[in-house]
Design a protein around this ligand. Structure first.
Ligand code: NAD
Length: 363
C-alpha cells in the first residue's frame, strides 16, 4: 500500500478552491485491490474527526478531492454546532461500488483508516453500509456503524428535527406546541416518515408527499393527513415546510413558490447555494433552520456509539437541538445576520475558544 501525503500533490490540493485550512489530507492506493481513497481531516480541535466513507464513481480525481474537502469541513461545523467533542473528517473511495467493492478492498481501506491512529473515525455513507463497517472493524477500532452499534440513527434524527422545528415555531408564533401548526413534509423516508408521524401524533396538520406513492398511501391511511403530488409541495400554504428528501430543495425556482414562515427539515444541503439562498429566505421573512444544526441526530448517535453510550442518551441530546437553535435564532436577530451565519459563528467560536495549548487532549 502506498501512502501519499498532501505535500506530494501540493499544487492540486493547496490550490483547490475548497482547501480551507484542512489539517491533513491523505491519499491511499493499493495495487492489489485497486483501492484509491482520500481521507480528509478538516479539524480535530474539539476531538477526533468523524465522518462517513463515501464510495462513488467520480468523473475525475479532482471531483473526488473537492467532495471530500467540502464534506469534511461540513462535519467540523456539524459536530461543533451540536456541542460534541468531535472534529470533522470524511473519506471517499473512488470507483463504482458494483465494480470495485470487495472484502479485500475494504480490508485495505481499514488499514488506511487505522494508520491515522484515531485522528479519523469512519462510518457509513453513500454506498457503504453496516457490512462494510463490520469488515473495517476487524482491522481498526476507529469505526462506528457496525452491527453491535446503536443501529439506524434516523429515529434520533427525526426526534432532533422535531425539536428544532418546535423551537422555530416557538420563536415565530410564541407557542410551545405544534398542535395548531400546518407542516408540509417533503419525503416520507426514514427521517421524513418519523418526523411526519411525530407531528401528526402531536396534533399538527400534516401534508405529505413522496415520489413513492405507496409510502404516501400508507401514511395517509394511518394518519389524519393530506397529500399532494411531489412537484406541488412547494405551493402548499403552510406554516412550516420540512424538506426531508434530497439536497437543493430550496433554490431560485422553488423559493418564489413557498408560502410558509419557516423552513426546517432533515435533508442535507437543503439550500442549493448556501449563502445566497439563506439570504433570499431571510428577505422573504422565512425563518430557515440550518440543516446541519437541525439534522444532527445522526452524528449525535454515532458519537454516543463511539463512547459506548446508549440510544436514550442520543435521544436526550437530540432534544437539546431546540434550545441551541433558539440561541442561534436570537443571536441572528440581535446581530442582524441570517441564522445560518449565527450557526456558523457558534461553531467557529467553539473551536476558537478551545484551549489548543493543552498537549494531551482528552480524546
Ligand atoms: P431516505 O432515502 O430514507 O428517504 C428519502 C425519501 O425521499 C424517500 O422516501 C424518497 O422516495 C423520497 N423522495 C425522493 N425524491 C423525492 C421527491 N422529488 N419528492 C418527494 N419525495 C422524494 O433518506 P433519509 O435517511 O430519510 O434522509 C433524508 C434526508 O435527510 C437526506 O438528505 C439525508 O442526507 C438527510 N439526513 C438523514 C439522516 C439520517 O439519520 N437518516 C441524518 C442527517 C441527514
Amino acid at each position: 500500500m502506498v501512502f501519499t501525503t498532501a505535500e506530494n500533490t501540493a499544487d492540486m490540493v493547496f490550490d483547490a478552491g475548497d482547501y480551507r485550512d484542512h489539517e491533513q489530507v491523505t491519499f491511499f492506493s493499493d495495487d492489489e485491490t485497486g483501492l484509491e481513497a482520500i481521507i480528509s481531516i478538516h479539524d480535530t480541535t474539539l476531538g477526533p474527526s468523524l465522518g462517513g466513507t463515501r464510495i462513488l464513481d467520480y468523473d475525475t480525481e479532482a471531483d473526488a478531492l473537492t467532495d471530500v474537502l467540502r464534506l469534511s469541513r461540513a462535519m467540523t461545523y456539524k459536530s461543533a454546532a451540536a456541542d460534541l467533542n468531535l472534529g470533522g473528517g470524511k473519506a471517499v473511495i473512488i470507483g463504482d461500488p458494483d465494480d470495485i467493492k470487495t472484502e479485500d478492498l475494504m480490508r485495505a481501506y481499514a488499514r488506511a483508516v487505522d494508520c491515522l491512529d484515531g485522528r479519523y473515525i469512519t462510518s457509513v455513507d453513500v454506498n457503504s453500509g453496516v457490512e462494510d463497517m463490520e469488515i473495517i472493524s476487524e482491522h481498526t477500532d476507529y469505526v462506528v456503524g457496525t452491527r453491535d452499534g446503536l443501529g439506524d440513527p434516523s429515529p434520533v434524527t427525526a426526534h432532533g428535527v422535531l425539536h428544532g422545528l418546535k423551537a422555530c415555531v416557538e420563536h415565530v408564533y410564541g407557542t410551545d406546541t405544534v398542535s395548531d401548526v400546518d407542516v408540509a413534509v417533503q419525503g416520507l423516508g426514514k427521517v421524513g416518515h418519523g418526523l411526519a408521524e411525530r407531528l401528526a401524533e402531536r396534533g399538527a396538520s400534516v401534508t405529505v408527499t413522496d415520489i413513492d406513492e405507496e409510502k404516501v398511501e400508507a401514511f395517509t391511511d394511518e394518519h389524519d393527513a393530506d397529500s399532494v403530488a411531489p412537484d406541488d409541495i412547494y405551493d402548499v400554504d403552510c406554516d412550516v415546510f420540512a424538506p426531508c428528501a434530497f439536497g437543493g430543495a430550496i433554490n431560485d425556482e422553488t423559493i418564489p413558490h413557498l408560502s410558509c414562515d419557516i423552513v426546517a427539515g432533515a435533508a442535507n444541503n437543503i439550500l442549493e447555494d448556501e449563502q445566497r439562498h439563506a439570504g433570499m429566505l431571510d428577505d422573504e421573512d422565512i425563518l430557515y433552520a440550518p440543516d446541519y444544526v437541525i439534522n444532527a441526530g445522526g452524528i449525535i448517535t454515532v458519537y454516543h456509539e463511539y463512547h459506548d453510550g446508549t440510544e436514550q442518551q442520543a435521544f436526550e441530546d437530540a432534544e437539546a437541538i431546540g434550545d441551541r437553535l433558539l440561541t442561534m435564532i436570537e443571536r441572528a436577530e440581535d446581530e442582524g445576520t441570517t441564522v445560518l451565519d449565527a450557526a456558523n459563528a457558534y461553531a467557529e467560536e467553539r473551536i476558537e475558544n478551545e484551549d489548543r495549548t493543552t498537549p494531551a487532549r482528552s480524546w
